[in-house]
Design a protein around this ligand. Structure first.
Ligand SMILES: [Zn+2]
Length: 452
């Protein structure tokens, strides 16, 4: 039996053990948006790592603690693995088929809040480490973990934390928190993440709500003020109207287009999955859709609230209105610059009464598709997944990869248990157990081949 046959058989044989460990981990609510259960969850992470012989510590930040861990290996080369232990709020609860914090296995999938994003990724990786340790007694190279608790709230303190702990985090390569297969079951290598700038815009126009028969014709209305202000941010042509917003945008290269061109056209898939009747900006599909989806910056109203929203009518003039807005950024836009431009724009448009609260952000960052570590991860995937890994130069989502790429100088690769129906952030979040095992097998190969 080859070493990989032995490792694979260990992973399959002890799968239940790993899934049970994940069930306990995912049963601990750890909702960063509500500051719920974070310390308790960090402690669980520390204990899971210590169980594998890692030297682990829970380190304080101005927000949720970060767990750092390290175990030395045979060769003095280091892989840094990034994960997060926080999860999204589980609401709306009535749409779950089983309670979000009581993970359940049904039809070859595990359901529960955080089982895919991102707790299952961590335990699947630990399972790979268990398999290597069981077969070889030691790690082939050094492995470090950084597991934070604020990823779902934009990792507000992570950049500073990394900047303050460069020595502890020193490594040669980094494995990102997520990854997975596409709708055809082909593993995907996501090499870039868009940045983000998340704000809450609010207007307070009165000291309290007023009868609309009294105030309607003479008092300013917070909801209208906010709607008008929001209306200045983007035109119906989808062009963002903040002056200078597009100044720093870097266009995709010919190489990016080549990679994007090889990816499947998801136009129909999107239409079926999300009930989209037509894409915006007149996009039909093909390369145009692929490029716009990830290489264009956005301005999205994520939530909007003001006044009375219960049943029937209530004639009232709201004193307060607020909206959550996110801007997805492309290289080389910077969140702080966007904030400045947004403030200047609102002032210039006569909306100095609109308050901006910055809720977090980070710039975009990318890894070179030609980096040897990328090649290693892509090549080792083929044996496990029986399919070639696709190179995706950029994806639409965001994450704190910027300090890993720029402060730590690491190539950042993605691999994981994700698949298109994983329902991360939504009710009935789940992962497929077969993909969980495959990720562990891929992980074991990456660790071993990297050490060579
Ligand atoms: Zn998430």
């Amino acid at each position: 039996m080859s070493i990989y046959e032995k490792i694979d058989s260990y992973i399959d044989k002890h799968l239940d053990q790993s899934l049970n460990e994940l069930k306990r981990y995912a049963a601990q609510p750890s909702i960063s948006a509500q500051n719920l259960g974070l310390k308790e969850c960090a402690q669980i992470v520390k204990e899971m790592l210590e169980k594998r012989g890692f030297v682990a510590e829970v380190m304080a930040t101005d927000g949720a603690p970060v767990v750092l861990a390290e175990r030395k290996g045979k060769v003095d080369k280091t892989i840094l693995i990034y994960n997060h232990y926080d999860v999204q709020p589980p609401e709306p609860l009535e749409l779950w088929d089983s309670p979000p914090f009581e993970p359940q296995i049904r039809d070859g999938k595990m359901y529960g809040r955080g089982v895919s994003d991102d707790k299952g990724h961590l335990t699947s990786r630990l399972h790979a480490i268990d398999a290597i340790l069981a077969e070889e007694g030691e790690l082939p190279c050094n492995i470090k973990f950084i597991v934070e608790g604020e990823e779902e709230t934009s990792s507000v303190h992570l950049h500073d934390f990394i900047a303050q702990n460069l020595e502890k985090l020193k490594a040669d390569a980094c494995i990102w928190e997520f990854g997975g297969v596409d709708h055809r079951g082909r593993p995907q290598q996501y090499l870039g993440l868009r940045g983000i700038c998340y704000v809450e815009l609010s207007v307070t126009s009165l000291s309290a709500d007023v009868h609309s028969g009294v105030g309607g014709s003479i008092f300013p209305n917070a909801a209208w003020r906010l709607v008008w202000a929001l209306g200045t941010l983007k035109g119906s042509d989808e062009r963002i109207r903040i002056p200078g917003f597009y100044d720093d945008c870097v266009q995709p290269t010919e190489r990016d287009r080549e990679f994007m061109d090889k990816l499947p056209d998801l136009a129909d898939e999107y239409k079926n999955r999300y009930g989209v009747k037509q894409f915006i900006k007149g996009i039909q599909g093909g390369i145009e859709l692929k490029i716009e989806e990830v290489f264009a910056p956005t301005c999205t109203i994520c939530g909007l609230t003001s006044g009375y929203q219960g049943p029937g009518s209530k004639t009232v003039q709201p004193a307060y209105a607020s909206a959550k807005v996110d801007f997805r950024l492309v290289p080389n836009q910077k969140p702080q610059e966007i904030l400045k431009k947004l403030r200047a724009h609102l002032d210039a448009e006569g909306f100095s009464d609109v308050e901006i609260k910055f809720l977090g952000g980070e710039p975009a960052a990318r890894t070179d598709p030609d980096h040897p570590f990328v090649k290693l991860v892509v090549e080792t995937a083929e044996e496990v997944y029986d399919a070639k890994m696709d190179i995706v130069p950029m994806v639409g989502g965001s994450g704190p990869n910027y300090p890993f790429v720029y402060d730590l100088g690491l190539p950042v690769v993605t691999m994981g248990i994700g698949y298109p129906d994983t329902k991360a952030h939504a009710p009935n979040e789940n992962f497929r157990i077969d993909l969980y095992a495959q990720h562990a097998k891929h992980m074991a190969r990456v660790i071993k081949e990297f050490a060579k």
